[in-house]
Write a protein that binds this ligand. Structure first.
Ligand code: NCD
Ligand code: ZN
Length: 347
């Protein structure tokens, strides 16, 4: 087995970097390694239009000057107040994606979309405006009124209806796919519907989250599912080029995670590429890592693949897991019991 792997510089098609102090703390962990990241708009206040996106992009670029290859690709949040005009202006400002959060589905999504009113939005040509500019519609596919394990598949008929109402809308991404049912649905719309896959949904199951002791750092939306769901996602990732990488690295202060009411989100950015290499090696799929993290997403989003490479090295010493002592800063996802990662990114 090779101890070294050079791959096209990867992209992260679903990333939370927050704002202000938190942004400065976390963004370097992605900007150092990645070419592009699709920046999620569920900040406080949210990113709702082109000028919000430009301002936010400037803040990110300011914080990542030492990694000039890093390109934050911007998204805006769809709300019940988004108009076709706002979509056009955002596209003109360079925004590539529009994120649909069903109301209350996850962190900072109270101002999201009522799935029952999607038709009304379609009639107001909001989705046609996206199609005009070849924007990508990214969907957090969970309906929070349903039971946690059913939330994701419940959304499938709403997406099917949308695909029928707006035939011109050619690119939809189901974010952080977590169930076998949704993976199967994505595969049934080749080229038109794709999925991002996170490292933590490939790594953890519900057993890891709450089978022994409750692990707040493993809690996210959508919640990690069964071994069967995870196996299915691995299978589609292996066999279907519409499944590509989006980390959904979602930092919250340690205080907010280790609390009576634990915020949803797993912070993986600092360990991202070593963790992926580790898992792909265990699945005997290291040869697929490059296409998953660096080719498929760029192809789907109509970007050139990154021109340079990064090198991963397998060493004899395991990664040391940092335990964050400052409770205002996020803590990276702890590894599973007795697990060790030997991969790291070469300087
Ligand atoms: C994300 C966050 O914290 O912003 N949380 C999460 O559990 N994944 C939001 C999201 O992508 O759902
Ligand atoms: Zn997310």
């Amino acid at each position: 087995m090779s101890n070294q792997l050079s791959i096209t510089r990867p992209d992260d098609w679903h990333l939370h970097v927050r704002q202000g102090e938190m942004l400065k703390q976390v963004v370097g962990n992605s900007a150092r390694y990645f070419g592009r990241a699709l920046i999620m708009p569920n900040t406080v206040p949210p990113i709702l239009n082109g000028s919000d996106a430009l301002e936010y992009q400037a803040e990110i670029l300011q914080a990542t000057q030492q990694w000039p290859q890093f390109q934050p690709v911007m998204s805006i949040k769809l709300t019940m107040n988004t108009t076709a005009q706002m979509i056009c202006e955002a596209a003109e400002a360079g925004v590539k994606a529009v994120k649909l959060y069903p109301t209350g589905a996850t962190t900072n999504s109270q101002d999201g979309v009522e799935l029952s009113r999607l038709k009304e939005m379609a009639e107001n040509l909001v989705f046609d405006a996206m199609a005009d500019y070849k924007m990508v519609l990214c969907i957090h596919a969970e309906q929070p009124s349903q039971s946690v394990f059913d939330r994701e598949p419940y959304v499938i008929p709403f997406i099917e209806a949308l695909l029928a109402w707006v035939p011109r809308l050619k690119r939809i991404v189901i974010e952080h796919v977590s169930t076998a049912k949704m993976a199967q649905f994505v595969a049934s719309w080749p080229g038109r519907v794709a999925a991002t896959v996170t490292a933590h949904h490939l790594y953890l199951t519900i057993e890891d989250l709450l089978g022994e002791e409750l692990k707040p750092h493993y809690f996210c939306k959508p919640i990690v599912k069964t071994q069967r769901d995870q196996d299915s996602i691995w299978w589609y990732l292996k066999n279907n080029s519409n499944f590509f990488f989006g980390s959904d690295s979602a930092p919250h202060a340690q205080d907010a995670k280790e609390a009576c009411s634990c915020s949803a989100g797993v912070y993986t950015a600092p360990m991202m590429l070593p963790l992926l290499a580790h898992m792909f090696e265990q699945h005997d799929m290291l040869d697929l890592l490059e296409t998953f993290v660096a080719h498929r997403g760029a192809d789907f989003y109509n970007f050139e693949r990154n021109p340079d490479t990064i090198t991963l090295v397998r060493s004899d010493e395991p990664m040391i897991e940092s335990e964050e002592s400052d409770r205002n800063t996020p803590r990276q996802m702890p590894l599973r019991k007795d697990d060790r990662i030997y991969w790291h990114v070469a300087d």
